[in-house]
Design a protein around this ligand. Structure first.
Ligand code: GLV
Length: 325
């Protein structure tokens, strides 16, 4: 008998077929969003879970499902999984790093450009039939070329974002848990390591790309926004909860910063409806890694991890090797 696994949400059919060669698969082609109680019920007889960043894989789920051996997330972020509880329970946890670096870096730039140059705001104006004449001061935005880019969270995606700034002749300042090596900094458009406060103060455009943990909840709140230039833009492609959304809305409404571009939100897919009343914000539904090849690579990467984890091999992206002890 094949080991049983759960694929929590809809995913590419060929990836499901691949997994069916190894496992008895409980898949979810209707893409129903399971409540935590439903997820626990579904996981009771499973040894592996192919998870999605919206699934909460909690300590209580793991306690209720003692036969669980592996949880493989189809995402680079894994704050939806209680990794400490998994380690204690001997459950392997994996993510999908690297395969999404370039696509996600591209999207950070898409949001930055759209935000700085007011692309969606002016498109809405045009679509609403309000465009009657060209004006010298219509939709004046911020320059990107020659400006200073601030990156908070300088991992692989942050570095890929920095490299793209060479074409815009930008200065790059960054903050990270630890400073990059001189060679990495040189490769990342000679990025200069600074305190968070200095990055906030100096940058014209700030991109957040740090992983979420409770330690960085509301890492960018009213006090941090107050340090930014009034002309600055703030881009969040990291995770909801890193920015205090209510504080950001207040700042956008009073023009304390120029604009924001957000792909992630507190409590998504719900989000603070006040964002819809701000004209100076570009909103996208958590799609930074959403290109066909990249999402396919992420799905196959999660499948590789699950197959390895449940066949006694070392999963390529094992986050908690201590779980083996
Ligand atoms: C998406 O948000 C991811 O973490 O891969």
């Amino acid at each position: 008998m094949k080991p049983k696994i759960l694929i929590t949400r809809a995913v590419f059919p060929d990836v499901i077929q691949r997994l069916e060669n190894f496992f008895e698969v409980d898949s979810n082609p209707a893409d129903k969003i399971y409540s935590e109680a439903e997820l626990i019920e579904k996981c009771r007889d499973k040894v592996g879970v192919f998870a999605n960043p919206a699934d909460r894989i909690s300590a209580s789920l793991m306690q209720a499902c003692p036969q669980l051996k592996a949880v493989c997330n189809m995402a680079v972020g894994y704050n939806n999984i209680d990794v400490a509880a998994a380690t204690k329970a001997g459950i392997k946890v994996t993510n999908t790093p690297d395969v999404l670096n370039q696509t996600t870096a591209d999207f950070a730039w898409a949001l930055l450009m759209a935000t700085a140059r007011r692309v969606t705001e002016s498109e809405h104006f045009l679509r609403a039939g309000k465009w009657e004449k060209w004006t010298y001061d219509g939709f004046l935005g911020a320059d990107v070329y020659g400006s200073t880019l601030g990156i908070i969270g300088m991992g692989r995606i942050g570095q890929a974002i920095a490299r793209r700034s060479m074409g815009f002749d930008m200065k790059v300042v960054y903050h990270n848990r630890s400073q990059l090596t001189p060679a990495q900094e040189a490769h990342a458009n000679h990025a200069q390591y600074q305190s968070r406060e200095q990055v906030l103060k100096e940058a014209d455009h700030i991109v957040l790309v740090l992983p979420y943990s409770s330690a960085v909840h509301h890492y960018i709140g009213a006090a941090e926004i107050a340090r930014m230039k009034p002309s600055a833009t703030l881009i969040n492609i990291a995770r909801g909860g890193i920015v205090d959304d209510a504080a950001l809305i207040a700042a956008l409404k009073r023009g304390q910063i120029a604009a924001a571009g957000l792909d992630v939100f507190e409590n998504e897919p719900a989000f603070n409806p006040e964002f819809l009343t701000c004209t100076n914000v570009v909103l996208t539904p958590h799609i930074a890694s959403a290109s066909e090849p990249t999402r396919r690579a992420m799905a196959n990467c999660a499948a590789d991890n699950l197959i390895a984890a449940l066949s006694g091999q070392t999963p390529p992206n094992w986050l908690n090797p201590e779980s083996a002890q």
